[in-house]
Write a protein that binds this ligand. Structure first.
Ligand code: MG
Ligand code: MG
Length: 246
């Protein structure tokens, strides 16, 4: 899908709200805080900015953010889990402004964390930016995943395959998908006006996942730590424009 400059302008607004949700939740993350508290912080941002949530009621999802601690990869439901010193927490946020969507995620430590956890977070974020660098008009879509994979594999991490990035616009999840690995072909050519959410999920251990009995929470099968970084990015004539920044 090619988005017009007017549509991209609306997605920029949605992206700024998502960035503000990141800032507010980052400030709130500390030992003793519940994941439901973080959802309230994010709701306040949506309310203040007059934005709608794209997560709330998505296939029945009950919150405006996903909170996924430690070995949880994605889609954790905010609730009574209390953050502990040494945890890592992945927070995925989304917003709709004037009918256009933004979607972005980050992982951070709670207080002091282990060097292994620190490295996982650093490498996962770096893999996202390696992917973003490939978002030049004329490049092939799957070069993004190839770049993510190179960074992840150099650290020996598992790359989650069941959950991937996606095009985004008037819906949160549009076609095509954006894998975080080389799927064996280049995929479609990137064009000015394309907008994608790129979102590597890396595990210290293997790449296998399972869904918990709540029907949402995805965890690593081997119990290893997992991190998740995501931005919504438009392809412009000058290359990638990250929309989910302040
Ligand atoms: Mg997301
Ligand atoms: Mg996404």
């Amino acid at each position: 899908m090619i988005r017009t400059p007017q549509e991209i302008a609306k997605m920029r607004k949605a992206g700024k709200v998502v960035a503000e949700m990141h800032e507010a939740t980052r400030l709130a993350v500390k030992p003793g805080v519940s994941t439901l508290d973080l959802d309230k912080v994010a709701r306040n941002v949506l309310e203040k900015r007059g934005a709608r949530s794209n997560f709330l009621n998505y296939h029945g999802f009950p919150a405006v953010i996903c909170t996924s601690p430690n070995s949880m990869i994605v889609h954790g439901i905010p609730g009574d889990y209390i953050l502990q010193e040494g945890d890592i927490i992945s927070i995925d946020c989304g917003a709709i402004v004037e009918g256009y969507h933004g979607d972005a995620a980050y992982t951070m430590g709670v207080g002091n964390i282990s060097p292994e956890a620190e490295k996982l977070i650093e490498v996962t974020e770096r893999s996202l930016y390696a992917g973003i660098e490939k978002m030049q008009p004329g490049n092939r879509l799957h070069e993004i995943g190839r770049a993510v994979q190179k960074v992840a594999e150099s650290a020996g991490y598992g790359i989650v395959r069941e959950y991937v990035g996606h095009a985004i616009g008037t819906a949160m999840h549009e076609e095509p998908q954006v894998p975080n690995y080389w799927p064996g072909n280049g995929g479609p050519k990137l064009k000015v006006g394309n907008v994608f959410a790129v979102e590597p999920m890396l595990n210290i251990g293997g790449d296998k996942t399972k869904v918990l009995s709540d029907g949402w929470s995805v965890v690593t099968l081997d119990g290893s730590l997992s991190a998740h970084f995501e931005h919504t990015i438009a392809i412009s004539e000058n290359g990638p424009e990250i929309l989910t920044i302040p």
